[in-house]
Design a protein around this ligand. Structure first.
Ligand code: FYN
Ligand code: ADP
Ligand code: MG
Length: 569
């Protein structure tokens, strides 16, 4: 170090790791960081804000990480999360793993302890080999050791998060790097913005021809839209493909609204029939994972051919044979399909059968929604929410829980792309409050979260974050007093492991942070409170008391649960 200082002329201006990291992020279009500060990154947060950038400071890193990942999904730009070392890093890593699983672009930046002490396991402050711990859970992991490598380190993180299949990237920042100095001009020159970070990837012409032939020959084609299609931001192309071919479509949960749920070709309300009876299924940015019964079994009925559009070549055949793989970016693939399918029409026998089922399912569901019950249930409370939200199509809906998730997905229609954020590929609980902050920070528009009371509990303290930033967020708690249900019998001298304290007042919790809290017990009260909170643009929590007996074990995925038969009569 002393040598380096000696060769610098006295008048040379210096910069340091703190400033170069901030400049590199700014150069890459990052203006917002979600995080939680402490040793050794505190000063980075302060300096970041002092430069006029935004910092959303959370109460637990996992929620900051979820916010970053959903911001990444919404903007097609990596969401950045900043944490302290070891425990802070581990909390953030949870969200990074979820981002990678969901194909959301995110960068987790964590401060870390001194390498020479960590590597000899000499017991440093928050000692942990973070880089290696992150590796299995991230799309890529890098450490920047030298101040002159900050430009290339940030560029690599950006490109790894965005290119091909998006994912989570870990960037390890040793404490010492932040304070390292370098000549300011030299440092500035080492930074750059990478060119074309998610380049178009055109599908091969023979792959397009194969897919076109298969789709043209189909008697009962179906398009399945996944959140990859929503992420791709080629909404008009996708709508045009659907409308020009007349093929019915069904959206995966976060693809709802990419084409409106009320579109005449939407077969969501005939989902089982559509999956079972279709003969050619075109997967657009959707994986044949557990959410689609791995493409086999009784969900899918008889013989089926699959066309799959995905940027990740080895996604093909992951569960069943893909008859026409289309490897490329969704916009290029969909536009190639449109050209090849010009003039195609879909059999009205097929579309008519689906439309009939859609109408029947909708009228059955409406009958449930319109049935008054002594205590609110999921159907009539969510029906009230649906009727309010249809007048605010631009609102982002955040949704998690088990029954709260499944019923809300079924009942509440979406009209615009990327307006629904939920538990995603892993079916996680706890993403809701982070997603609310992400949506509010990205859109500057109202956000409504429909939360199971259990799911909300994972991140309840972030109500303070929401009120501190005065975000236009309404959190609705579907409060049935327990996990799945609130009426489970407790064993002698114990409280059931599935129950919560029935005295809980979530509305008062919100009031304690200075937000508005409302408790409602009827669909009418719920609708009025929601309407008022959206209009107010103020942080609000609606504690919606529903029947403790409402809800079923594991929601609609009870088939995945394992139950002991031993000792059962
Ligand atoms: C859908 N449906 C409707 C409508 N929309 N009926 C009437 N009107 C409307 N608008 C019907 C649809 O046809 C289905 O009936 C049913 O409602 C459910 O629709 P959904 O939700 O699309 O279908 P399904 O089978 O539940 O979807 C499978 C799934 C989904 C796995 C993709 O359940 C899902 O995303 N689950 C995530 C669960 C999760 O992550 N939980 C968190 C962990 S909970 P039929 O056609 O008659 O079948 C831990 O315990
Ligand atoms: P869902 O849960 O809605 O079914 P998934 O997360 O399973 O959606 O699938 C999303 C898929 O979309 C991933 O396989 C991912 O590789 C793919 N994907 C994401 N962005 C693009 C893109 N721009 N072009 C092509 N494929 C993409
Ligand atoms: Mg509950």
């Amino acid at each position: 170090m002393s040598n380096e200082t000696a060769i610098l002329p006295e008048s040379t201006e210096l910069t340091d790791g703190f400033h170069l990291i901030m400049e590199a992020l700014e150069m890459n279009g990052i203006d917002t960081i979600y995080g939680l500060l402490g040793i050794p990154v505190t000063e980075l947060g302060r300096l970041w804000q002092a430069r006029g950038n935004r910092f959303y400071s959370f109460r637990n890193e996992v929620n900051a990480g979820y916010a970053a990942s959903f911001a990444g999904y919404l903007t097609k730009k990596p969401g950045v999360c900043l944490t302290v070392s070891a425990p802070g890093f581990l909390n953030g890593l949870n969200a990074l793993a979820n981002a990678t699983t969901n194909c959301f672009p995110m960068i987790l930046i964590s401060g870390s302890s001194e390498r020479e002490i960590v590597d000899l396991q000499q017991g440093d402050y928050e000692e942990m080999d973070q880089l290696n711990m992150a590796r299995p859970y991230a799309k890529a992991s890098y450490r920047i050791n030298r101040v002159e490598d900050i430009g290339v380190g940030v560029a690599r993180a950006m490109r790894a998060a965005l290119s091909g299949r998006p994912g989570g990237v870990y960037l390890d920042i040793p404490a010492r790097l932040l304070g390292q100095t370098v000549d300011a001009v030299e440092g500035g020159n080492s930074l750059f913005a990478p060119v074309d970070m998610s380049p178009a990837q055109l599908p091969a012409p023979d792959a397009v021809a194969r897919a076109v032939e298969l789709i043209k020959g189909a008697k009962k084609p179906l398009i399945l839209l996944g959140k990859g299609a929503a992420y791709a931001q080629c909404d008009e192309q996708i709508k045009a493909l659907i409308e020009e071919t007349g093929i019915p479509f069904t959206p995966m949960s976060m693809a709802k609204g990419l084409v409106p749920d009320t579109h005449p070709q939407c077969a969501a309300a005939a989902r089982s029939l559509a999956l079972k009876e279709s003969d050619v299924v075109v997967l657009v940015g959707a994986r044949l994972n557990w959410l689609l019964s791995h493409g086999k079994g009784k969900t899918w009925g008889g013989a089926k051919k699959f066309v799959q559009i995905d940027i990740q070549a080895n996604e093909m055949d992951s569960n069943v044979k893909i008859d026409a793989p289309l490897v490329g970016d969704i916009e290029s693939c969909v536009s190639a399909l449109r050209a090849g399918l010009k003039g195609m029409a879909t059999s009205t026998d097929w579309t008519g059968a689906l439309a009939e089922k859609v109408a029947a399912s909708k009228s059955k569901l409406n009958a449930r929604i319109n049935t008054a019950t002594p205590a609110m249930n999921y159907a009539n409370s969510l029906g009230a929410i649906r009727d309010v939200l249809k007048n605010y199509p631009d609102i982002t809906l955040v949704n998690e829980g088990a029954n709260a998730l499944d019923n809300c997905r079924m009942i509440v229609d979406q009209y615009l792309p990327r307006r629904r954020l939920d538990s995603g590929t892993w079916g996680i609980m706890g993403m809701g409050m982070g997603a609310c902050v992400a949506a509010a920070s990205v859109t500057d528009k109202p956000v409504v979260a429909v939360e199971g009371d259990s799911a909300f509990g994972f991140a309840g303290m972030e109500l303070e974050t929401i009120t501190r930033y005065d975000l236009p967020v309404t959190v609705i708690i579907m409060n049935n007093g327990g996990i799945y249900r609130g009426d489970e019998n407790s064993p002698a001298h114990q409280v059931s492991c599935m129950l919560f304290n029935p005295a809980t007042r979530y509305d008062k919790m919100m009031e304690s942070f200075g937000g508005k809290g409302v408790r409602v017990t009827t669909p009418e009260e719920l609708a009025a409170a929601l309407e008022a909170s959206i209009k107010s643009g103020k942080p609000t929590l609606i504690d919606a008391v529903i029947d403790p007996a409402a809800g079923v074990e594991s929601g609609r995925i009870g088939n995945l649960n394992v139950v002991s038969q031993i000792g059962k009569k």
